[in-house]
Design a protein around this ligand. Structure first.
Ligand code: C2E
Ligand code: MG
Ligand code: MG
Ligand code: MG
Length: 288
């Protein structure tokens, strides 16, 4: 990898050789460092799962949460998933990492169920490589059984672009997962050029409006797109959730246009399991 970085640097032109080769080598060095560390991160207990609450826009109740992974790196501090999920995906480490995430999420569902909270939904993000893994569905079935999890309380989020990469294969994988009874969600919807005919065939329960559309919700373009996605979802009998809600204005717009749920810093970032449990058990409600 270091050689190819040098190669690219050289092709950029004589004057740029040194500047770019240092830049790229640094990127490669960081990458290798993270890759080596990631191999031990799970074993060393360096990964942590945060839970970002999802709020029902009619009642204001916290009805679910998305599990988001973090890496507490011994030297680098807290690292976000955007920096290490791609490396995990490339190296295949996403498989054990993804298993760990699902086991943690199941443990949290178990904790809530023991407190009498039976219908709370936790979602986890799936990487393409996990979805393609042969044993994935079987393995998930065994995990659900082991933790006594009601399948409809676990939701799997798959991005729209991931599905559209190979829609025929995705359709088959989703059908098998749906057969287990888990909920399925299309993440980052609106950014991945969905074929509408596939959208209708995918056995999904939820579409998640990408947060890029909420940026300037008062601006004509995004308001029109957001309303169209909500209508499309509802016409297909799907629930619609918006991610990345940061302001009262966005919240009001979504509520006024019948979006079902919201998730975002306006209500809460991802929090540790104990805090999520307290939020849910105290019956915390958001003013909607
Ligand atoms: P995503 O699934 O679209 O998750 C939403 C991201 O938006 C999260 O970033 C979340 O912290 C952030 N976010 C939530 N509310 C707000 C808001 O109000 N404003 C803004 N600006 N951002 C908000 P995070 O945790 O850094 O995760 C980034 C991506 O990493 C996720 O995007 C997901 O694709 C991936 N990811 C996270 N955890 C996992 C995992 O366990 N497995 C896999 N395969 N991917 C994961
Ligand atoms: Mg997600
Ligand atoms: Mg998303
Ligand atoms: Mg996103």
């Amino acid at each position: 990898a270091a050689d190819s970085a040098m190669y690219h640097a050289k092709t950029l032109g004589k004057n740029n050789v040194q500047f770019y080769s240092i830049g790229l080598n640094e990127v490669v060095r960081q990458h290798l460092l993270l890759e080596a560390g990631l191999r031990n991160a799970i074993r060393n207990g360096e990964l942590a799962l945060g839970y970002q609450p999802k709020v029902d826009l009619r009642t204001g109740h916290v009805v679910g949460a998305e599990a988001l992974v973090r890496w507490n790196h011994p030297d680098e501090g807290l690292i976000g998933p955007d920096r290490f999920i791609p490396i995990a995906e490339e190296t295949g480490l996403i498989v054990p990492l993804g298993d760990w995430v699902i086991m943690q999420a199941c443990t949290t569902l178990q904790v809530l169920a023991a407190l009498g909270i039976a219908d709370f939904v936790i979602s986890v993000n799936l990487s393409p490589r996990q979805l393609r893994q042969r044993q994935f569905v079987e393995h998930l079935a065994a995990t659900l059984q082991h933790f006594h999890i009601h399948p409809s309380t676990l939701e799997l989020e798959v991005t729209e672009s991931q599905l559209m990469d190979n829609p025929a294969d995705a359709l088959e994988a989703l059908a098998q997962l749906k057969h287990l009874g888990v909920r399925l969600s299309i993440d980052d919807f609106g950014t991945g050029y969905s074929s509408l005919s596939y959208l209708q065939k995918f056995p999904v329960d939820v579409i998640k409006i990408d947060r890029s559309f909420l940026g300037d919700i008062a601006g004509e373009g995004n308001a029109v797109i957001t309303r169209a996605i909500i209508a499309l979802g509802h016409n297909l009998k799907l629930e619609v959730i918006a991610e990345g809600v940061e302001t009262r204005e966005q919240l009001s717009f979504l509520r006024d246009h019948d979006c079902d749920q919201m998730q975002g810093y306006y209500f809460s970032p991802a929090v540790p399991r104990d805090i999520l449990r307290n939020m849910v058990c105290s019956g915390l409600r958001m003013a909607v």
